[in-house]
Design a protein. Structure first.
Length: 165
């Protein structure tokens, strides 16, 4: 093992630094609600179950976007690729048009996807569990589309990376 191990006290700044040491994929969770495109970027996506097909995301309790998405009939999860770096920054912003310059594809159900994503899933809310300063949201998968092209975007140590390969 290279490098020195560091023991951290459990204050929020140091804990955030510790969590940042774990690389994660980046997804967009989007829908058309009340005729408007609504979405957010998340790095907490995880497959949960094959039977029934479930995935999960974690959403901050302070999110003002989540209550809008929660009203949607269906949600779109787009696993983001390396070409989505600008889009993920826009989706993560607190103000302005989160979809400016972002090409999307919608379904009749209201699920909304970012074009060019290596993987898309149409989902519905299965359950929401309180989890500290976040909500753990279990989502039932209704449809999956896997594209052969595109490398996933990875978030590690507070910046975006591409997988070597």
């Amino acid at each position: 093992m290279n490098g020195a191990a560091t023991a951290l006290a459990l204050d929020s700044r140091e804990l955030r630094q510790a969590y940042a040491a774990h690389p994660s994929g980046v997804v967009a969770l989007c829908a058309t609600t009340d005729g408007e495109r609504t979405g957010m970027a998340l790095s907490s996506f995880v497959p949960v179950s094959l039977e029934p097909p479930l995935v999960a995301v974690c959403i901050q309790n302070t999110s003002t976007t989540w209550p809008k998405l929660l009203r949607a009939e269906a949600l779109g999860i787009s696993v983001l690729g390396t070409e989505h770096t600008a889009a993920v920054r826009a989706l993560a912003s607190k103000s302005g048009d989160r979809f400016a310059g972002v090409h999307t594809e919608s379904r009749r159900s209201g699920a909304l996807f970012l074009a060019g994503s290596p993987l898309t899933l149409e989902v519905t809310v299965h359950d929401v569990v309180a989890a500290g300063d976040h909500q753990l949201v279990l989502l039932a998968v209704r449809d999956v589309t896997v594209w052969d092209e595109g490398a996933p975007l990875v978030f590690h140590r507070s910046s975006f990376h591409r997988l070597a390969g």
